[in-house]
Design a protein around this ligand. Structure first.
Ligand code: SF4
Length: 324
């Protein structure tokens, strides 16, 4: 079963998120051979198409995990693609799912994901109308506001202008915008990756309610994995994530700044020197994300920090490093 709960920020306060991976056929970009270079999520999509009724039943089953429990809960639904893609979920299916969520008082926040070009006013407006009292966000994978990086390092197939259009439609339709940014696309130095996220936050801020800093992890079968295997790419340092999160929260205190460092402290995930302390930093980032209190990440012990500072100051590229 691909649903689980985890400590998270719920509409601005600490709570619990229920994550549900909906068994749709997954991202159309993957199906036409144009997946983003870091992403293997659509490979987990079912090979045989589930009926739309079965998908609704699946959501009902997942919701039992939080039924009758004290919230606040957020429900974050992922499809390994786009919730607003009619090829994955029919409008009627989306409606039925939202009606289920509308009936549960302990759910205060709902998040769906979509690529920019699939965000349509009518679809968002209808869903927002079903859950008028809940914090409803459409998460859009911008990854970077730099179109060249989006193209060369990510193969995103969207521009910053596409994102702006999708964000404006989302707001006009009565929902909020969560912007996904990727920390450390390939071919960038650690220093340039940090700068890219900061610049992207500044550019996307007028269109964004919540930022989610997605820290690269190495997923199977991707271009990122191939470069990583050849020692030409390393997932970001946890110190880079801490640097970006502190900077973003201080600069835009009214925005939610979230991050879930998947695989923190492992070779395939963001890491510093792969010591036990990496996992402490990973947990501190999760705590910051849930509470939005920077105290969790501003006074961490400086384990391995000198090496990271040297790499940043000198703008070293991953293939120039001897120690990862
Ligand atoms: S990151 Fe999103 S848009 Fe890109 S391939 Fe993965 S699911 Fe599709």
């Amino acid at each position: 079963m691909t649903y689980w709960t985890s400590e998270d920020n719920v509409a601005g306060k600490p709570g619990t998120a229920l994550f549900i991976i909906l068994p749709t056929i997954g991202c159309y970009r993957f199906r036409i051979g144009k997946a983003c270079y870091m992403c293997a999520y659509p490979t987990a999509a079912p090979k045989a198409r589930w009926s739309q009724e079965a998908i609704v039943d699946y959501v009902k089953e997942a919701l039992k995990k939080i039924e009758g429990k004290k919230g606040p809960f957020a429900v974050r639904m992922f499809t390994s693609g786009s919730f607003l893609d009619n090829g994955e979920l029919k409008p009627e299916t989306r409606r039925k799912i939202f009606e289920l969520l509308a009936g549960m008082e302990n759910i205060e926040e709902i998040v769906i994901e979509s690529r920019s070009e699939l965000v349509r006013y009518d679809a968002v407006k209808e869903l927002a109308g079903i859950v008028p009292d809940k914090h409803f966000e459409v998460a859009i994978g911008l990854e970077t506001a730099n179109d060249d990086i989006a193209d060369v390092s990510i193969n995103k197939g969207n521009t910053f202008e596409d994102f702006v259009r999708a964000a404006e439609i989302t707001h006009e339709a009565g929902a909020r915008v969560k912007t996904y940014l990727l920390l450390k696309p390939v071919f960038l130095s650690e220093r340039d990756a940090i700068e890219d996220v900061k610049e992207s936050i500044v550019k996307a801020e007028p269109y964004t309610d919540t930022f989610s800093i997605n820290i690269t992890d190495i997923q199977k079968g991707t271009l990122y994995e191939r470069l990583w295997e050849k020692s030409e790419y390393r997932p970001p340092w946890l110190w880079s994530a801490v640097e970006v999160l502190l900077w973003a929260k201080r600069k835009f205190p009214e925005k939610r700044i979230l991050s879930d460092p998947v695989g923190a402290g492992s070779k395939r995930g963001p890491h510093n020197c792969l010591t036990e302390y990496d996992r402490v930093i990973g947990r501190a980032i999760k705590k910051f994300s849930a509470t939005q209190e920077i105290s969790h990440i501003e006074s961490l012990k400086p384990g391995c920090k000198e090496m990271w500072e040297y790499i940043i100051e000198n703008g070293l590229l991953d293939w120039q490093l001897i120690t990862w």
